[in-house]
Ligand binder design. Structure first.
Ligand code: FNR
Length: 188
């Protein structure tokens, strides 16, 4: 069997994003059990049907990356009790059919969701909205476990980097569960 491919989509474009750091911690936990890539998508234009065809090269690239992955792991911040607009914009592009003959690339893909915030919410409300959206797009959502990490500042090291002391076992548990979830889907 080929190695499982997980694609991480981080809902923050910020260089030092806690959610990006969380995704990198997940990559480390997954280790050599799967190929784990982070999707880079800051070059995606704002969705505008005037530029939908011919498909922009950046959009072709992200669609290909999603298509060739076995599972998508979202790491999202919470902006005003929602997930950020950049993530909605990306998903809007991904939600459109590739061509007359090829449907959109998200349908049926296993999805996991995690998020971290400096505040108390731990991104739970944003995650609920994301579940609504990706369920509409027929992704196969792993609802348990989801990971919501509040109070990010309490888990930083001296350099201000995410050390994840308390949350590490929960991230490990979710990583293991997601690998099993993907394997079960592949075996079907
Ligand atoms: C925020 N932030 C925030 N935090 C939260 O827990 N609930 C919220 O509703 C919001 N709303 C919000 C709106 C906007 C426009 C911004 C820019 C920020 C704070 C946010 O959680 C914090 O900036 C995180 O550090 C963002 O995630 P990254 O970039 O560190 O991954």
């Amino acid at each position: 069997m080929n190695k499982i491919k997980i694609l991480a989509i981080v809902g923050s474009l910020r260089k030092d994003s806690y959610n990006r750091q969380l995704a990198l911690a997940a990559k480390e936990i997954i280790g050599d059990r799967a190929v784990f890539n982070l999707l880079e998508y800051k070059d995606i234009p704002m969705m505008n049907q005037d530029i939908e065809f011919p498909t922009p090269e950046s959009v072709k690239r992200v669609r290909e990356e999603v298509k060739s992955s076995d599972g998508i792991w979202f790491f999202t911040p919470e902006y005003n009790h929602f997930f950020p607009g950049v993530l909605k914009n990306l998903i809007d592009w991904l939600s459109r059919p590739v061509s007359d003959k090829e449907p959109q690339v998200l349908a049926g893909k296993p999805a996991a969701i995690s998020g971290i915030s400096p505040g108390m919410s731990g991104t739970g409300i944003a995650q609920d909205h994301l579940v609504t959206l990706i369920s509409f797009l027929n992704m196969n959502v792993m609802n348990v476990p989801r990971l919501t990490i509040p109070n990010a500042m309490q888990q930083l090291d001296r350099d201000g980097k995410l050390a994840l002391k308390e949350s590490y076992p929960y991230l490990e548990r979710q990583a293991n569960a997601f690998l099993d979830f993907i394997k079960k889907q592949i075996e079907k």
